[in-house]
Design a binder for this molecule. Structure first.
Ligand code: G3H
Ligand code: 13P
Ligand code: NA
Ligand code: ZN
Length: 328
């Protein structure tokens, strides 16, 4: 069944686990994610970006997720708007069956320019009032996601925001987080701790200098009842980088968020863990392998079946490690 983010994360907090939120754009991703959830009896969050909504269409997404709910009746599913940029995006998502929305007011509507605290608090409070009135949940974001190595903020599409940011903008301030949650009444709060979107997060294995998990502990200590969200949480597995590069890809060496750090984050209060890049890499690695190993192949299913299997294995691993397995 479809449930709200609030319902799912309350349960996760109660039982002490984290839930991966996988981005979805098409049927194959939906099937792979739900097969993984079914195999390990886990609840799951499917999230669609604005890009996903225009790629598949709102009507297609709504019916697709309803079909998945019908095919996998035992699995609690949240359908969540990823990085909503204004009221219109969030409210139209709810109208199309989303049970939860992210109002990302940390960036202005163009999703590149860092926004003021006042703007963020105002727009998030407004969207939360409207969403709660119809029973949907809201995730807010405080702090701008970006690299502590370069000072560059990452926009929704992974491109850099304008201008360099200092550490105070790139790490969420715990006291401001308390004020923000009180002012907005959001159900979940995305925080900045040094992760960024996309494959190129870190130029080396991250340590406490460039990935500040302590920030999470500090926020959780002051906001024990708010569900914390980590964006940019792909681990960018070496095995997938290698598989892509072994079959004609050219991905420069890069480091993501180590799974052990995410597991530590979950112990410190993280409940929703956003993963898109890893899912993209899993499918693409198999597309490349099949294309190279079977150059005569032209049936898309011969590409999509191994791609779905690779994605399913990845999702299964994350559901297991984050403790969501066995919770459905
Ligand atoms: O944070 C952004 C997600 O990875 C979605 O990316 O906007 O290209 O669909 P997208
Ligand atoms: P990744 O690019 O690390 O997968 O992050 C995805 C994300 O935060 C979606 O909101
Ligand atoms: Na942001
Ligand atoms: Zn994100």
């Amino acid at each position: 069944p479809l449930i709200t983010l609030r319902q799912l994360l309350d349960h996760a907090a109660d039982q002490g686990y984290g839930v991966p939120a996988f981005n979805i754009n098409n049927m194959e991703q939906g099937l792979a994610i739900l097969r993984a959830a079914e195999a390990c009896r886990a609840p799951v969050i499917l999230q669609a970006s604005r890009g996903a909504r225009s790629y598949a269409g709102d009507v297609m997404l709504r019916h697709m997720v309803q079909a998945l709910a019908e095919m996998f009746p035992r699995i609690p599913i949240v359908l969540h708007q990823d990085h909503g940029n204004n009221d219109a995006t969030c409210l139209s998502a709810i109208r199309h069956g989303f049970t939860s929305v992210m109002m990302d007011g940390s960036l202005l509507e163009d999703m590149k320019t860092p926004a003021s605290y006042a703007y963020n608090a105002r727009i998030t409070a407004r969207v939360t009032r409207a969403a709660h009135a119809v029973g949907a949940s809201v995730e807010g974001e405080l702090g701008v996601l970006g690299s502590l190595e370069t000072g560059e903020a990452a926009a929704e599409d992974g491109s850099g925001a304008e201008g360099r940011l200092d550490h105070s903008q790139l790490l969420t301030d715990p006291d401001q987080a308390v004020e923000f949650v009180q002012a907005t009444q959001c159900d979940a709060l995305a925080i900045a701790c040094g992760t960024s979107h996309g494959a190129y997060k870190f130029t080396r294995q991250p340590d406490g200098e460039i990935l500040s998990m302590d920030t999470i502990a500090a926020i959780h200590a002051k906001l024990p009842d708010t569900h914390l969200v980590m964006h940019g949480s792909s681990s960018v597995p070496q095995a997938l980088q290698d598989l892509i590069n072994a079959h004609g890809g050219h991905m420069p060496q890069t480091w993501g968020v180590p799974l052990a750090e995410i597991e530590r984050g979950i112990r410190m209060g993280v409940r929703k863990v956003n993963i898109d890049t890893d899912c993209r890499m899993a499918m693409t690695a198999q597309f490349r392998r099949v294309a190279q190993e079977q150059p005569g192949e032209f049936d898309p299913r011969k590409f999509l079946i191994p791609a779905m299997a690779e994605l399913e294995a990845l999702c299964r691993d994350r559901l297991d490690r984050f403790g969501a397995a066995g919770q459905a």
